[in-house]
Design a protein around this ligand. Sequence first.
Ligand code: ATP
Length: 365
Amino acid sequence: MADVRVENLVKRFDDVTAVNNISLDVKDKEFTVFLGPSGCGKTTTLRSIAGLERPDEGNIYIDNILVNDLPPADRDVAFVFQFYALYPHMTVFDNMAFPLKAVKTPKPEIESRINEVSRILRIEKLLPRTPEKLSGGEMQRVALGRAMVRRPKAFLMDEPLTNLDAKLRAEMRAELKRLQKDIGATTIYVTHDQIEAMSMGDKIIVMNFGVIQQIGTPAEVYDHPANLFVAGFVGSPSMNFLQCTYSNELGKSTLIVGNNDFRLDIPESIGKKIKDSATNAELILGVRAEDIFIRDEPSPETVQAEVYIVEPLGSENIIDLRIAENMIKAKTLPTVMPDIGQKVNIWFNKDRIHIFDKNTEKAIF
Ligand code: ATP
């Protein structure tokens, strides 16, 4: 396996800049996920690494070798798509043997590699079957197997689980992650599904409009989003955003939320960060649903909210709350079941709030 490095990659299609000057580093044996909404340039980046698109600018290195001018076949990477593209008239064995035969691998070597990979993927019994007799999950494993027998320097996967039903997707997520660790395969995985990215990636590269928004571990991206886009894209339900301004009346740091709908005293350390780096008074307060709590009794620390709706999800409830014109979602235990219209006291865990500059959209805290 090998590391993959992209330096200042730019790719344009007519007047669309699909990838706009991105640089990234995927380490040997690492599982890196490109995460972002449809059209943000993930696939184009992956295809450029595979050699299926020619960059307009920038360099791509695989195993420290500049591959810009190498055709796809000479880059020694394996591409796994969301469409399995198995040959329908060939058995699973022949489908897996195909890429090896194409490079004239000796027959005994082909057999030994297919046997080894089939064992790892638990598809030995499927080898004599044709693809029409396989389930979606089995087809996906065969497609992976066909990539694995080549022993490539890196796996490039473009939404490979998209066509599976929700249950199988969840199973395959875990299987794929385990497999990647077992074989130590450098993997770049493209998805728009933040759950896949969070659950599988060692590293997540969040993209939007052809630009990298943040690179970090799942925990870094979730707990310390670099900007409003990342904060809103990663996490379910999405982070709550409340418009606010900062006040330091009487020497006390306070956020004035909405149209003075409520005030939230914040630690001086956060106040100092706002004073030091906010470009103007307009801020966005970000709070995740799990950091909002419903309290039985009001206190100077709580804010009154009205229950708009309760969404029971079995293991937890999402409670939509209204404070004047502000709507927010709180995540609670399933036993918390307030009535629609009920007034409740909510408390924000200030250790976990986020402050963004409304003007630059960058995180201040
Ligand atoms: P998706 O998840 O929908 O595949 P993506 O993040 O992978 O999205 P890309 O497929 O890389 O995004 O596309 C990035 C931008 O480039 C989009 O605006 C897309 O329409 C455009 N684009 C991609 N390929 C081509 C092409 N061959 N010709 C013209 N425009 C293209």
